[in-house]
Design a protein around this ligand. Structure first.
Ligand SMILES: Nc1nc2c(ncn2[C@@H]2O[C@H](COP(=O)(O)OP(=O)(O)O)[C@@H](O)[C@H]2O)c(=O)[nH]1
Ligand SMILES: [Mg+2]
Length: 295
């Protein structure tokens, strides 16, 4: 295992980024149930097929699943909930609020899940820090995003203005995705829907999250819905989300959820499943089991 060094933010703009890979072991207890759902499904479908054909299909399936890791890039400003989202959606145990501002390292964290399946995570900083640093980050995005099966861009639902995020998505992230034919891998993840009410009126108990039922009250649900529509409207205005434009995202590539309350993760999972060519692998291999255990 490689040693992780603390990055010291220097005043001088760095010329380039550094790449390193850290391997992490995952607690096997929770994951002891051998055989992935996708393999079980294939076994059922192929019940009456010859042994040779079955072996061929399983060989190809195994190559897809274990032949290379499932790669996820997560982008967003510090504090939007990137680590919390990875923990909630992918069942990880990353430190939250682990401020790592200004790093110019590309760190690939490889999680050895089970039965040869590996999950690779790239935790990427958001742009608009400083012009020189943004240049390096943009180069980092160009290097990493084309390799990823899922690219998650995290926004806070309680932001007053998502203009900056729209600008980054429109001018940097989406063009990189389109240039590398990975636009379908991109998910705009709108986190922290639980605190939309608090940012409207912190004293209104009806706008507080219902911890007991783990869902919004009717009044808060109304606010969340309104916010959702406002965000969609902005994304459509900016040509980021459009149904009849092959360079824009589909509406279902935008998900609204709460990482802390693990609320609406089903929608997130659906978006991952539909992502690009390999999104289904996560659901078939790990996600569906995790989702079913969660509900
Ligand atoms: N209320 C609320 N807080 C959240 C949510 N997700 C993350 N947070 C909090 O936001 C802070 C930053 O989260 P973290 O995952 O470290 O953000 P990162 O810097 O983007 O990785 C922490 O205090 C989290 O507990 C959420 O869904 N709801
Ligand atoms: Mg983090």
């Amino acid at each position: 295992m490689e040693q992780e060094n603390k990055t010291v933010v220097s005043e001088v703009a760095p010329e380039e980024f550094v790449k390193k890979t850290i391997h992490e072991e995952v607690d096997q207890d929770e994951l002891s149930n051998y055989s992935f759902i996708i393999q079980k499904l294939f076994a059922l479908i192929l019940k009456s097929v010859s042994k040779e054909e079955k072996e061929e299909v399983f060989g190809k399936l195994d190559a897809e699943i274990t032949g290379r890791p499932f790669k996820v890039a997560i982008i967003g400003q510090s504090g939007v909930g990137k680590s919390s989202t990875l923990n909630a959606v992918f069942g990880l145990n990353l430190p939250v609020s682990d401020i790592k501002e200004g790093t110019t390292e590309i760190i690939e964290k490889v999680f050895h899940m089970r039965d040869g399946f590996n999950l690779s995570i790239y935790d990427m900083p958001g742009l608009l820090q400083s012009r020189s640093r943004d240049k390096v980050y943009e180069e980092m995005y160009k290097e990493v995003l084309p390799q990823c099966d899922v690219i998650v861009y995290v926004i806070k639902a309680n932001s007053r203005n998502i203009g900056d995020d729209c600008k980054i998505l429109k001018e940097v992230v989406l063009p990189i995705c389109n240039a590398n034919s990975v636009k379908d891998n991109l998910i705009i993840a709108v986190n922290k829907v639980d605190i939309i009410g608090e940012s409207i009126n912190p004293d209104d108990p009806e706008l507080q999250w219902d911890d007991f039922r783990n869902e919004p009250s009717e009044k808060l649900w109304g606010c969340i819905h309104k916010k959702k529509m406002d965000i969609y409207e902005k994304l459509v205005d900016e040509n980021l989300v459009l149904i009849q434009n092959s360079n824009a995202l589909r509406p279902d590539q935008v998900v609204f959820y709460s990482a802390n309350y693990e609320y609406n993760l089903g929608t997130f999972l659906k978006a991952i499943t539909k992502a690009g060519k390999r999104g289904w692998i996560w659901t078939g291999v790990m996600g569906l089991e995790r989702y079913m255990n969660n509900k």
